[in-house]
Design a protein around this ligand. Structure first.
Ligand code: GDP
Ligand code: MG
Length: 440
């Protein structure tokens, strides 16, 4: 998938213009790549269709953004959405001891994953205990014991206790008395039949009451992982998902998408057999890497700037007037050209006193605009959004930062206060008028 997406990006970059035909063929490449990665066909068509529609609907592109940029950006956003949006999973352990139970079919990578998770959290300063309850697979106890030794986690596993539930209970009380912060319970993935396996999983679940059940799925199963999640969900709540072996399959995309669709959070991905091959799953980062990081990052900066502008426009429309709004307005005015020209564009009556300025006064006003911009740029975002916090010492700092006197800063604040009073009374009278008219 990585290579395929990469070559699609270079195709977009390499084309002289994105006409109907180019767009079609690029989207066809994307469809092929996703279907080969075992992503559900219906989802693939929905995705490409929405990209096509949004691309065509964008009549006016934000300044500085070319059609190619926009297509790359759409691709990024749609793929990110498909993989769960921009929510980074919360992997903090909040209550202690925290009991995490791993479930999944045999060979999915549970035991290896238990070791990886232990290592991950020990590095973050937690005391971790590992419990093995797999009495079916020969060597399971030794496998986890060795991993525990390697990462310096506590270990419990006593096959002589006979069954998995007894081992889980004994292990739990041992780990609690040893003051483990995080207790990871590994389970079996195979029994004589599926029913037997799932019933055991359920019994362990009821005996230990874990804070979280994490389903471990193998990415080589592609879109089948959704069905696995469903099967386990009938017996225990599946709270989160760990996808292993993303390093060794072309079907990773399908596995990820299918896992997202179950509604459980994908928390981690495994990309190798080593204990260090574990990564918190962040859809944005994942897609950015898929597309070639640098490319996406500079693009996102542009889009962010554009979104900020939209925010300001919204603020003005809803009557929210902050120093940030003022700054953006001044910046926009700066781009429009000399003040005298801007004044001609202002609606009559908005600032009558400004319209009567002579040339000298205009020059002064222009200087003042420049000065105010530099003052505003010396403020923090917090200060721009809440001018109320601007006390004497902040004002001194800002004055120093922008090479003006505190008096200049105060003058700006006075102007701002006047403006915002004007805006809100304007708003109020509009509302009053509006309610008057509604009565008729
Ligand atoms: P379990 O039966 O669910 O406990 O699975 P195991 O932990 O015993 O793992 C089964 C096989 O998958 C082992 O050979 C592991 O080394 C391998 N494995 C686990 N996670 C990964 C991974 O992220 N990448 C790769 N390439 N192999 C993995
Ligand atoms: Mg195992």
């Amino acid at each position: 998938l990585m290579d395929a997406i990469g070559s699609i990006i270079s195709r977009i970059r390499g084309s002289t213009l994105i006409d109907e035909e180019t767009l079609r063929s690029i989207l066809r490449d994307l469809q092929r790549a996703l279907i080969r990665a075992d992503v559900d066909v219906k989802l693939v068509y929905e995705l490409t269709k929405s990209i096509e529609e949004e691309f065509k609907e964008a009549k006016e592109l934000p300044p500085g953004l070319t059609a190619k940029d926009y297509l790359v950006y759409l691709l990024y956003r749609k793929l990110t959405d498909l993989l769960g949006g921009d929510k980074e999973p919360d992997v903090e352990v909040k209550t202690k001891p925290y009991i995490l139970m791993l479930v999944g079919t045999e060979g999915s990578g549970k035991t290896t994953t238990a070791g990886k998770l232990a290592n991950f959290y020990i590095k973050r300063g937690l005391k971790v205990g590992l419990i093995e309850t797999d009495t079916i697979r020969p060597g399971a106890f030794d496998q986890l014991r060795q991993l525990a030794e390697r990462v310096k986690a506590m270990f419990f596993g006593d096959p002589s206790l006979g069954n998995a539930v007894n081992i889980a209970k004994a292990g739990l009380s041992r780990m609690i008395s040893s003051k483990a912060d995080l207790i990871i319970i590994d389970t079996a993935g195979r029994h004589r039949n599926e029913e037997e396996l799932l019933s055991e999983v359920k019994e362990i679940y009821e005996a230990v009451k874990p804070n979280e059940v994490m389903l471990v799925v193998d990415a080589t199963n592609g879109k089948q992982v959704g069905a696995q999640a469903e099967a386990f969900s009938k017996y225990v709540p599946v709270n989160s998902i760990f996808i292993t072996k993303l390093d060794s399959t072309a079907k990773g995309g399908g596995a990820l998408v299918s896992a997202v669709k179950t509604g459980a959070r994908i928390k981690f991905i495994g990309n190798g057999e080593d204990i260090e091959d574990i990564e918190v799953f962040n859809p944005r980062r994942f897609v950015a890497r898929l597309m070639g990081m640098g490319d996406v990052e500079s693009l996102l900066d542009k889009v962010k700037a554009m979104e900020e502008e939209e925010e300001v426009l919204e603020d003005i429309e809803t009557g929210k007037f902050t120093l940030l709004t003022l700054m953006k307005q001044l910046e926009a005015m700066g781009k429009l050209g000399p003040l005298s020209r801007i004044l001609q564009m202002l609606p009559m009556g908005l600032m009558p006193q400004l319209k009567e300025l002579n040339d000298d006064q205009l020059m002064n006003a222009q200087d003042r605009m420049r000065k105010w911009l530099s003052i505003l740029r010396s403020m923090t975002k917090e200060e721009l959004l809440n001018p109320n916090i601007l006390n004497a010492s902040r004002i001194r700092r800002i004055a120093k930062g922008s090479g003006v006197t505190p008096r200049d800063v105060r003058e700006l604040l006075r102007y701002y206060n006047e403006m915002s009073r004007m805006m809100s009374s304007l708003k109020k009278s509009q509302r009053r008028l509006g309610s008057l008219f509604r009565r008729f």
